[in-house]
Design a binder for this molecule. Structure first.
Ligand SMILES: [Zn+2]
Length: 282
């Protein structure tokens, strides 16, 4: 079947109109761009006929490619932001935790966190995650969210969740299996504050199923917890089978940063404290 090329040629002519500075090449008679001095037409054989068809000169095709690249980059950014919203939940403060906003309180842990992002492709292939152990206010969640944000920026899919959030999602969903399957799809799953969930056999089952599903898919998890190393390595906990699995899949990191919440609170109240102490006299 012969395709009617005339509308295509006409459209190409409209897209590459002849401009006042354009000129005809003396030898070939083809139209040249007055700006970049490359052809805007070329001779082709179409179904046996010689035809002159419009083509993009160099500056037009460079402009087109730049526009395409900008469009692709804007689309990539939109996808990242959609994923970020899904990762942290709409309006979560955690979405603003980035390496740039680190206060330098625990350089060793930060260095390791950046290294994890740098080597994520390898860690992902090995299903290897991190286990942040440490007390309240040491910056475990902050550091985990820095990693999440950096990986999102690199185009990975990440989800940050607590077991309380996962349980709520399961409750509101008929298809429980789909909830677990979705959690297994992310390149990285961050389980924030493990051990803070309610102590029920149902919750134990949720923890078990999430960890088991991820582990079966050989996909990494990043876990933050107030629990101690002993809880993971054969303590008296009924959950020890799943905790020891987590311990195998994650590199344990003792996060020993200063107690940042306490420090921030002290800084915020310092002026009032001084005022009250002053007013109190001797
Ligand atoms: Zn041109």
């Amino acid at each position: 079947m012969k395709i009617d090329l005339e509308p295509i040629i006409a459209a190409a002519k409209t897209a590459n109109p002849q401009l006042p500075e354009d000129y005809r090449d003396e030898g070939t008679g083809l139209l040249f761009c007055g700006k970049c001095h490359t052809p805007k037409e070329k001779n082709v054989k179409l179904y046996g006929d010689e035809r002159i068809v419009p083509v993009m000169c160099r500056c037009a095709s460079e402009k087109y490619e730049a526009e395409e690249a900008a469009r692709r980059e804007a689309e990539r950014q939109r996808r990242i932001e959609r994923r970020r919203e899904n990762c942290f939940g709409c309006g979560s403060r955690k979405a603003s935790f980035t390496f740039d906003t680190d206060d330098g309180g625990d350089p060793q842990t930060m260095k390791l966190a950046k290294g994890y992002v740098e080597r994520f492709e390898d860690m992902k292939a090995r299903g290897k995650g991190l286990l942040f152990l440490g007390g309240t206010g040491t910056g475990k969640t902050f550091t985990a969210c820095c990693i999440a944000n950096a990986l999102l920026d690199k185009g990975y899919s990440v989800r940050v969740a607590t077991f309380a959030e996962i349980a709520a999602k399961l409750q509101g969903n008929w298809d429980k299996e789909e909830v677990y399957k979705e959690l297994a799809r992310y390149d990285l799953l961050v389980l924030d504050d493990l051990g803070a969930e309610r102590e029920t056999s149902y919750m134990d089952e949720v923890v078990f199923t999430v960890v088991d599903t991820r582990s079966a898919a050989r996909k990494p998890m990043l876990v933050t917890t107030n629990l101690s190393v002993e809880d993971f390595t054969g303590g008296p906990l009924a959950k020890s089978r799943i905790y020891s699995r987590l311990y195998e899949m994650c590199l344990p990191v003792a996060v020993n940063g200063r107690d940042r919440r306490r420090e921030r609170m002290m800084a915020e109240t310092a002026a009032d404290m001084a005022m009250l102490l002053n007013a109190g006299g001797d």
